[in-house]
Ligand binder design. Structure first.
Ligand code: AVI
Length: 313
């Protein structure tokens, strides 16, 4: 009966989970962490005392949005990659007084919710939400075609991609926005391993819950029997790749099924669930250059702990 009531699983989720659990080094793409519960838990992470990136990003925007506006000029079009946040987006829109705002997201639901919220704060601002996968170039609305574009990618989300994918994204953004456009992008910096580990393995266990939620999601949506209590969250600094990795580690030998397929893991084996790359000053510039962008300005938080960069295509 339960099986009959369960909504059909997303085929891409099923494919990624089955392939990821079968691979010699088990890994599931981080995007599956964000179901409704996962998104709520990520929101809670952003409020944690140990999780500095959101506060640093917001503070840098508050301090430097006016300087961005001076460089870019007014009457541009802000194109945000992601459906926009209720705190960061208004800071940029207030400072730059754009001719229009174009939020882009693959999820129509998120896009509609955040666009409605934003329109109530800026009732006179022309808003053109675009439902698209921004990892590939896409067509901007005709109404904004002739204006200068300011791409906006806050949150250091680019760090969740391996460098090759990050460069592909930057190139896609350049193609979407066009030559002469600007990009304002946040990137987290390399810093002490202690600070990084605390940010990704917080004392309240919220990040652990966020990571373990993936196993609950697999059990629920893919008819899984994973003993979630037999796994623990692990955050690891991988110095060679300059990234924090999140893993789910089996605490004992386990056997389980997912979608009718049997799996076994030995105690100590892990499922790799997320990368969060940290870039030094030169690394960040090199990444943007490889993506077709020239960095024109850079603002950093205290102790060079976080950066927002302005670049030109
Ligand atoms: C969304 N992204 C920028 C977060 C990060 O810091 O890499 C995701 C996250 N994972 C664990 N904590 C936060």
């Amino acid at each position: 009966m339960d099986v009959l009531r369960r909504p059909p699983a997303d085929p891409a989720f099923r494919a990624d989970v089955l392939a990821g659990l079968t691979a010699p080094i088990r890994a599931i793409p981080a995007r599956w962490l964000y179901d409704r519960r996962g998104s709520e838990l990520f929101e809670a992470i952003t409020q944690l005392p140990e999780y500095y990136p959101t506060r640093a990003d917001t503070a840098l925007l508050e301090q430097h949005a006016a300087a961005v506006a001076e460089i870019v000029g007014t009457g541009d079009v802000v194109v945000e990659f992601g459906s926009g946040s209720s705190t960061k987006t208004p800071i940029l829109l207030r400072a730059t007084s754009p001719a229009a705002y174009v939020p882009v997201d693959i999820s129509g639901d998120f896009l509609r919710e955040s666009s409605a919220a934003l329109q109530s704060i800026f009732p006179d601002l022309p808003l053109y939400p675009v439902e698209a996968d921004f990892m590939r170039p896409f067509q901007l609305p005709d109404a904004v075609a002739q204006k200068t574009k300011l791409g906006f990618f806050p949150g250091s989300t680019i760090g969740n991609m391996v460098p090759g994918t990050a460069v592909d994204l930057l190139r896609a953004m350049r193609q979407t926005l066009g030559v002469g456009s600007f990009l304002l992008i946040a990137m987290d910096r390399v810093k002490s391993v202690e600070t990084l580990l605390a940010a990704y393995d917080d004392s309240q266990g919220v990040t652990a819950e966020f990571n373990l939620n993936l196993l609950h999601r697999i059990n629920r949506e893919l008819d899984g029997s994973i003993p979630v209590g037999a796994f623990r969250h692990r955050a690891v600094w991988n110095d060679g790749f300059s990234r924090i990795e999140m893993h789910l580690e089996a605490l004992r030998d386990v056997r389980f099924e997912v979608d009718g397929c049997a799996f076994e893991m030995r105690a100590g084996e892990t499922i790799h669930t997320e990368n969060s790359h940290k870039y030094g000053r030169r690394d960040a510039r090199l990444l943007l250059t490889a993506g077709g962008w020239t960095v024109t300005n850079e603002w950093t938080a205290e102790g060079d702990s976080f950066a927002i960069l302005l670049a030109r295509a």
